[in-house]
Write a protein that binds this ligand. Structure first.
Ligand code: UDP
Ligand code: GAL
Ligand code: MN
Length: 355
């Protein structure tokens, strides 16, 4: 080849190559902008520079509450709201009751975030009987339209019933060893949840909720419940003075809360939040349960007592009213306008191995 021809070929090749590089980078930019503005795919989402505030091993979930242009909803009022209940705590966390949020608006904001909600539930021993109604009712009411991944811990995977799950909803069954005491089964959830977050959920889910299985959904439980650290006000104590709360009252336990202290009494049957915050909660409660066990002390309501101590010192960023963990579908109380999630009746002596 002549030297001149060779140079021409080289120049043409160079132009083609830079063109390709340009096309490729502008395509990526378009993709980033697109992901950024609407349905971001989470694996790519981490590459959006302006959204990554600090490096974390957990998936980044805190983004702005973006609303869609033209969405029609009732005008919010700065004056009128529920007057029969408190909808904010003294540390400025919202308390979610019927009438304090607009479901259409909430869904439109949170659906843009392409979230995955991990949900853990435990069914050991005779509690496998509760799985079917729990999962089937969740299909009807729990985060409908969102990606939900249930993690069911059981000592009898073979007795998990077939439940038809909707699109974007899945169930993973995890086998755990059976334990003799119901108290141990209940307490052990903290450690199992801690390890699940570390080993399975990091990079997979945005939020996690841990729920009792002897329950059913009867009404919407949706994105209004999402927050960094979320507690549910216990259905039996929302109207009680703090000295009647069934906190652990013995100073020897790490769950101890003295008379005169305490905000609310929170249910152990439902809590959640971001992976980072729920990891810290479960790790702390697991450590405190172990330290108590070494000292041969078991808090009066096991992990619920430790959860209450944790929430006293680490205030939840959002509280759910007892609509989200009610006494039972046939029970009423004045401020409860809707039952979303409730206990199902059980014969304690029959269903528990050591009652
Ligand atoms: N649990 C279980 N098997 C048992 C006892 C408890 O799977 O034998 C799990 C189950 O998820 C249950 C939770 O531990 O919802 C808490 O126990 P339980 O519901 O009996 O406590 P309660 O709500 O009645 O205080
Ligand atoms: C009961 C509930 C227990 C525990 C207790 C606290 O109603 O079944 O799990 O939360 O209240 O006093
Ligand atoms: Mn229960």
């Amino acid at each position: 080849m002549h030297r001149q021809n060779f140079l021409i070929v080289l120049v043409l090749f160079g132009m083609a190559l830079s063109g390709l590089i340009y096309l490729n980078s502008s395509q990526n930019n378009n993709r980033l902008i697109y992901l950024n503005s609407s349905q971001n795919n989470n694996s790519c989402y981490q590459h959006i520079p302006e959204q990554v505030v600090n490096k974390s091993k957990w998936k980044q979930t805190i983004v702005g509450l973006r609303s869609s242009p033209g969405l029609s909803y009732k005008q919010p009022s700065a004056l009128v709201g529920r007057t029969d209940v408190a909808s904010v705590t003294p540390w400025s966390a919202p308390i979610i009751w019927e009438g304090t949020f607009d479901a259409t608006l909430i869904d439109s904001i949170y659906k843009q975030q392409n979230l995955t909600i991990a949900t853990t539930v435990f069914a050991l021993g005779k509690y496998t009987r509760f799985i079917k109604d729990f999962l089937e009712s969740a299909e009807q009411h729990y985060f409908v339209g969102f990606r939900v991944h249930f993690y069911l811990f059981t000592d009898q995977p073979e007795s998990v019933p077939e439940v038809k799950m909707g699109e974007n909803r899945s169930l993973t069954v995890l086998k755990v060893q059976s334990l003799n005491r119901w108290q141990d089964i209940s307490m052990n959830r903290m450690e199992k949840l801690e390890k699940l977050i570390e080993n399975e959920l990091a990079g997979e889910a945005d939020y996690v909720f841990c729920l009792d299985v002897d329950t059913m959904f009867y009404g919407r439980w949706g994105a209004e419940s999402l927050g960094r650290l979320v507690g549910v006000i216990h259905p039996w104590f929302f109207d009680a003075p703090r000295d009647q709360f069934t906190y652990e009252r013995r100073p020897e336990s790490l769950a101890y809360i003295p008379a005169g202290e305490g905000d609310y009494y929170y249910a152990g049957a439902a809590f959640g939040g971001t992976l980072e915050d729920v990891h810290n909660l479960t790790k702390t409660c697991r450590e405190h349960l172990n330290i108590d066990a070494v000292k041969s002390i078991e808090a009066v309501w096991q992990e619920e007592s430790h959860l209450n101590k944790y929430f006293l010192l680490n205030k939840p960023s959002k509280l759910l009213s007892p609509e989200y963990m009610w006494r039972g579908i046939n029970e009423g109380a004045a401020p409860i306008k809707i039952v979303r999630f409730a206990n199902v009746p059980k014969n304690y002596a029959e269903v528990r191995s050591n009652a």
